[in-house]
Design a protein around this ligand. Structure first.
Ligand code: NAD
Length: 362
């Protein structure tokens, strides 16, 4: 397997997508070369670039291209500003998660930057295919309705299958980590009595298979506050789709911001690297975005490939990327860090520094 070429699709997306995905890809190419990891990268169009070319943000050509690949690197999508005549409106990202059944969104939050030396190390395991997300929670159609002009109904979908598999994923992850061996289930079962009751039932069922992992749970509002005042008390958080999305941004704030929050969308067969952050229109095109989240998401994809195929070149490449990125983030030199981290380096300079570190490491 080690000699087999791995084919990854690169989908830049919108806004800062071009800058951060370019950075991740430059680093990936260099680290793969150093580790003799045969890699083929294929560019596919998505988002506003795709709309300009094909009149839609997620054209069938892109979906077909994705099917030919072993994994995907996706940048952020400005879904909030897509044209209403786009056939794929409102969001390609939801379509991908549904089409390829990427049911688990794994979002590590770790103190990496010098500016955030707080010893935080937790992972949010977010269900990715249902809940309040109307672009993916129905077999056909959209889960929001206008029964009359003054009323909107938004449908929440919670299934036993999705709860069971996300719970298993969280416990397996907690077992593999050298952390506190703790899973915290986050819910709002005092209000969403049936849906979150079902979620908790399945989390507790999964817990029985992992006697070495401690389980506790909390209401989402209270956990949001705990994440701010004592993020160190968490290890693995498992939760439903919308709560997971919101809590990830809260948690990212505790370690220095969205530029530092990577994520992997994964299912049984496929996986996709995709940073937690959005397309950041306020800084897009300025060359100052922090690419760390996309770089570390890419490393997560390589580790996923290793776990599926045993490809050691993929794992070694991931290790090189992570080690050099962590080293740079711990650097006392503000000249090497991006603006969000208190430095003045451009995305390009930050990228070049990581590549230089990879080149120098043995
Ligand atoms: P955002 O995540 O794009 O930005 C929030 C803030 O964080 C902004 O101030 C931005 O400058 C900053 N930020 C984000 N990433 C950064 C980085 N890598 N380096 C430095 N600073 C960074 O959220 P938003 O402004 O609410 O959303 C903008 C657009 O992104 C919307 O169209 C939204 O729909 C979309 N969005 C997409 C995704 C995704 O594709 N995964 C996720 C969230 C939002």
């Amino acid at each position: 397997m080690n000699g087999k070429s791995v084919k990854l699709a690169v989908l830049e997306g919108d806004g800062i997508g071009r800058e951060v995905v370019q950075s991740a890809v430059d680093i990936l190419r260099f680290a793969a070369g150093k580790n003799s990891f045969p890699l083929e990268l294929v560019d596919l169009k998505i988002g506003l670039d795709a709309y300009k070319l094909f009149g839609r943000t997620f054209p069938p050509e892109t979906l077909d291209g994705m099917r030919q690949c072993d994994g995907w690197i996706l940048g952020p999508l400005s879904a909030g500003s897509y044209p209403k005549d786009d056939k794929d409106y409102p969001m390609a990202s939801g379509k991908i998660r549904k089409e390829f059944d990427l049911f688990a969104n794994i979002r590590p939050i770790k103190s990496l930057a010098k500016s955030s030396d707080k010893n935080i190390d937790l992972v949010i395991v977010r269900e990715n295919t249902e809940d309040f997300y109307p672009d993916r929670n129905l077999f056909k159609g959209y889960g929001e309705f206008w029964p009359n002009e003054d009323t909107v109904l938004s449908l929440r979908v919670i299934t036993r299958k999705a709860c069971a598999r996300i719970a298993e994923t969280a416990f397996r992850l907690a077992s593999s980590r050298s952390g506190k061996k703790l899973v915290t289930a986050v819910h709002k079962s005092n209000v969403l009595i049936e849906g979150d009751g079902l979620f908790l039932e399945e989390v507790r069922r999964a817990a029985k298979k992992f006697p070495n992992i401690h389980l506790n749970d909390g209401l989402v509002d209270s956990v949001a506050m705990q994440l701010v005042i004592s993020p160190q008390s968490f290890d693995v958080i498992v939760t439903t789709n919308m709560f997971g999305d919101i809590l990830s941004d809260v948690a990212a704030g505790t370690v220095g911001g969205l530029g530092l929050a990577p994520s992997l969308n994964s299912g049984d067969k496929y996986a996709m690297a995709q940073a937690v952050h959005g397309s950041a229109p306020d800084i897009a095109g300025k060359g100052i975005a922090n690419p760390t989240a996309e770089i570390l998401s890419t490393a997560m994809l390589l580790r996923w490939l290793y776990s599926k195929t045993g490809n050691e070149c993929a794992r070694n490449t991931a290790q090189d990327i992570e080690r050099s990125t962590f080293e740079l983030l711990a650097s006392p030199e503000s000249a090497a860090l991006t603006v969000d981290l208190g430095g003045n380096a451009s995305t390009k300079k930050f990228t070049d520094e990581i590549i230089e570190k990879i080149g120098k490491s043995s």
